[in-house]
Design a protein around this ligand. Structure first.
Ligand code: H2B
Length: 94
């Protein structure tokens, strides 16, 4: 299916289904806090498996027990269905 950058009204329509995520410019972002670095890293690795399977990869920031994921579709320069689909999959594994 052809993908395109979603217009603002389409983004607004989809946001309520991802309550833990926030829109930061043209990115979807969510942060998690874990008991320690090892658990944060294990989460990153689980996300990595999802990302490889979907061939869609979040930008990942880690600071000890904290992980922030930032989703955008680099190839198209904005948010697409791929980002919303990946966010839902990530929510399902946390
Ligand atoms: N991940 C994200 N977030 N955006 C992309 O545009 C993207 C990606 N493109 N993962 C994929 C890989 C592309 O480069 C490969 C060739 O499918």
């Amino acid at each position: 299916m052809a993908r395109k950058v979603l217009p603002p009204d389409e983004i607004a329509k989809r946001l309520p289904s991802l309550r833990a995520w926030s829109l930061n410019g043209d990115r979807l972002e969510r942060s998690w806090t874990f008991p320690d670095f090892a658990e944060a890293l294990a989460f990153i690795n689980r996300v990595g498996v999802l990302a490889e399977t979907a061939d869609h990869h979040p930008d990942i920031h880690n600071s000890w027990n904290r992980v922030t994921l930032s989703l955008t579709t680099h190839d198209l320069g904005g948010l697409t269905e791929w980002d919303f689909e990946l966010a839902k999959k990530i929510d399902a594994i946390h």
